[in-house]
Write a protein that binds this ligand. Structure first.
Ligand SMILES: [Ca+2]
Length: 218
């Protein structure tokens, strides 16, 4: 009896001082072959208790993720969906799917980073953060991201709405843990209909090459 009471007291102390914080899943767990060995891993963003501490976990590998929401909009962590795994997509020509980690959102846009597995560890693509954004509004136009018709090409397009409608399509080569801009093309587009390009399909991001994606919560 005394031992049980003692254990309860230790548990109460641990809870009071935050010692009981556990890593727990945030958002949907996706499954896909991230390492390229032909077997699917469980891929998820985990949070430490209620703290602004996150990690990306894929199978037995994990890596810390530090979304800017921690410094910019920490109050949204309590009930918002950020961050989470948005999609597993085939982006480069290296075996294994890339991991699209949604980091946060604005009024109409979502922002995501790209991670991949190399030699048993998770590596973030180099370059600006976030790597991709997607969404649309009357004010800002539409911003989408998909894959090109050839393997290893990421296609990011911006569309401004009529009466001065334009579509700017940008092709990037996904190589050596970077997205490198290789081509830009601007097209006039004054129709109210969706542009006839595959990267504009839904759901975003990567409608053309996502192998698994999180179910969007309303
Ligand atoms: Ca890959």
């Amino acid at each position: 009896m005394i031992r049980a009471v003692g254990a309860l007291a230790v548990l109460a102390l641990a809870t009071a001082f935050g010692g009981s914080a556990q890593w727990h899943p945030r958002g949907t767990t996706l499954r896909g072959d991230v390492t390229g060995d032909g077997r699917a891993e469980a891929v998820v963003v985990e949070q430490l208790g209620h703290r602004c501490e996150f990690r990306l976990a894929a199978g037995s590998s994990s890596a810390r993720v530090r979304p800017e929401i921690c410094s910019q909009k920490p109050s949204e962590l309590t009930d918002g969906p950020d961050p989470h795994i948005a999609a597993l997509a085939d982006l480069d020509r290296h075996p294994g799917l890339e991991i699209v980690v949604q980091l946060g959102h604005g009024a109409y846009m979502e922002f995501a980073d790209i991670w991949t597995s190399r030699d048993g560890s998770l590596r973030r693509y180099a370059g600006r953060e976030p790597h991709v954004s997607y969404g649309s509004s009357v004010g800002t136009g539409e911003h989408v991201v998909g894959c090109g018709s050839r393997a290893g090409i990421v296609l990011i397009s911006d569309r401004s709405f009529p009466p001065h409608g334009l579509i700017v399509r940008r092709w990037y080569r996904a190589q050596n843990l970077r997205l490198k801009l290789i081509r830009t093309k601007t097209i006039r587009w004054n129709s109210d209909h969706a542009p006839p390009f595959p990267e504009f399909r839904e759901p975003q991001p990567f409608p053309t090459c996502a192998k698994a994606r999180a179910i969007r919560t309303p």
